[in-house]
Design a protein around this ligand. Structure first.
Ligand SMILES: [Zn+2]
Length: 129
């Protein structure tokens, strides 16, 4: 099974390939490592090293990777509300309820998709960053 780092790196490579020269250079490095990952090598450490050289990319990686146990205190998804299945779900990209303690999340599968209102508050969801 593919590691979470590899999955996140694929997403980041796509995002970077559409950015500036430095971003594309990093995308090339990531592509190289992903190629090795496809060949069955464990490149997680190398990927993290490349992705950590740029602070903006590193923080984006932190968003894409699922939180580890004990990290992000106060993070407690409400069971039954997340269509992605709550804890252990893959990297989250999408919309969240603006009410901090609500925790409702709506993942985006296609660009431009309109999220439904929060089922608990009826308010518009905001883009998660
Ligand atoms: Zn809500």
């Amino acid at each position: 099974m593919e590691s979470e780092v590899t999955t996140a790196a694929r997403t980041l490579r796509q995002e970077l390939s559409g950015s500036d020269d430095a971003g594309r250079a990093m995308a090339d490095q990531i592509a190289e490592l992903l190629h090795r990952a496809d060949a069955g090598q464990d490149v997680d450490a190398d990927l993290i090293e490349v992705l950590s050289t740029e602070p903006a990319v590193r923080s984006r990686l932190a968003v894409l990777l699922p939180p580890e146990d004990g990290e992000r205190s106060g993070y407690s998804p409400l069971p039954g509300l997340s269509p992605m299945g709550g804890p252990g779900s893959p990297a989250f990209e999408g919309f969240i309820c603006p009410v901090a303690e609500c925790g409702y999340r709506y993942p985006v599968f296609e660009a431009g998709e309109e999220p439904p209102p929060c089922p608990r508050h009826g308010c518009e969801l905001i883009l998660a960053v």
